[in-house]
Design a binder for this molecule. Sequence first.
Ligand code: PEP
Ligand code: MG
Length: 579
Amino acid sequence: MRTFQGIPVSPGIAIGPAFAFLDDEEPTIPRYAVTESELDGEWDRFVVAVDKAKDDVSAMRDRAAREMGQEHGAIFDAHLLMLDDPEVHEAVDASLRGSLLNIEWIVHQYEQGIVKRLEGLEDPILQERTVDVHDITRRILNHLMFKERFSLSDLAVDVVLVARNLLPSDMIAMNRSRVKAIVMDAGGKTSHTAILARAFEIPAVLGLGGSGRAIKNGDIVVVDGHTGDVRVDPDAQTLERYERVRARIAERDENLSSIAALPARTLDGKDVLIKANIEVPEETDSVLRHGASGIGLFRSEFLFLQPGRAPSEEAQYAAYSRVIAAMAGRPVTIRTLDVGGDKVVPDLAFAEEKNPLLGWRAIRYCLSDTELFQNQLRAILRASEHGDARIMFPMISGPVELDAAIAALEEAKAECRRRGQAFREDIPVGIMIEVPSAAMIADILATKVDFFSIGTNDLIQYTIAVDRGNEKVAYLHEPFHPAVLRLVKKVIDDGHAAGISVSMCGEMASDPFAAVVLLGLGLDEFSMSAVSVPDVKRTIRSISAAEASLVAAEALRLGSHQEIEAFLAVRLAEKVSRG
Ligand code: PEP
Ligand code: MG
């Protein structure tokens, strides 16, 4: 048995035969000299191949938009733009005429140059754009060399798909019902493959480095999308163990799914709301299946993390409307663009920053890019006509920033009125509480908004001064740090004193132990990834609000996160299981 470790990007366990999708191996590109008189012929071949590539991509765009929504079609719009880019055509023409070499070689060299430039950049998101460049040039080269790509839509048996670098077009084209898991050498959490794998609920482990190459067609592979473990040719014992784990997860999921339809009601009759966080519109099915009562956080920035231009007002309007319609009257909280920090959008002009997490991100960026912000606000406002939408501003640090965001919203409303576009006039407006300064003045901010949502991922980062993405200090990113608990309590109390509801959409809300403490502190709403909803619902249903208050009060008296964890482990041992 061989074991590899990658980045778990989409949960689930799958066992099956590998299908090594080697189509992405470097083809042999012919290189030969051409004469001056042959140059025009070479150029014509290029134009024809580009046209055919455009036909392929347009067909794929239409299919993606039809099956998954306009925003996934947008991936291919960006490819079409690149195929039509006059600068690319000029560069290829100049290189052809300058070198007197065949067009396949010129295209190949051109690709290599761009890939090298992108790979030399520090930004991992820009590095991942090499996938798109590769996708396009491969398509042109295939037409030039009359080579048909094996289509993953032809997959007729269940497989674990192993690739060096699955292209976005492959993900769209593949026969998804046959792909039980994805294993890939390249890619990270923000790559399209990861985003799409999660949206399709296919377990996936990416970023294996070169190890994926060692997996051959037909090898039996175990993929653990929770831990990032990939086991090839597992021995009988390992197979049995994973079968047991898989069966346990399946059984657990089945038990939990029976909870989906039940209310999130404590033993003494207190109702809380359990909602889901989403990144892409396709997740609404999963949200409903897992029994969430709404969407507490739609991370809208994922619509922007596509290559090409930022999505237009119309494209955003379509995406938001689709989500709101799918939720059929249940509440949907759309967070305005939270970019910067670790989420860099390729097409927005980010300066090199020394401390990006303390820099030009989220609401700060939006307030400085009026056109982009107004487009988004109008798109959300217009979509609010179709159901129960709410607007939420991220990273608010104080009242001046909040006033500016509210003024921007009023301006967007005025423009919609001027255009005669309908929207919900009294759309609720809330803020993320994820900066300690905001938590400390929650009483002041509460007078200006309709709801709070506590973003503990960032609140912990900024309170304990610990970069949430740095594995060396990950042990400090601790939800039960007494400072965090006190801030959370203050935000809930201040929100309630002002008569507004308080939610939490950070990861902390999905931990069953934390859920008891939060319930005891009086939190009104919990929001988390859809797969965690049944677990937390079960937790809420297994305890009384009165007992949770006692647990929370005791936790608040303790002096360290270790003491709090130890106390909860003993106190909740009989009632609450942690996954
Ligand atoms: C948070 O900070 O807790 C949060 C929910 O926002 P994000 O994880 O998108 O920063
Ligand atoms: Mg945040």
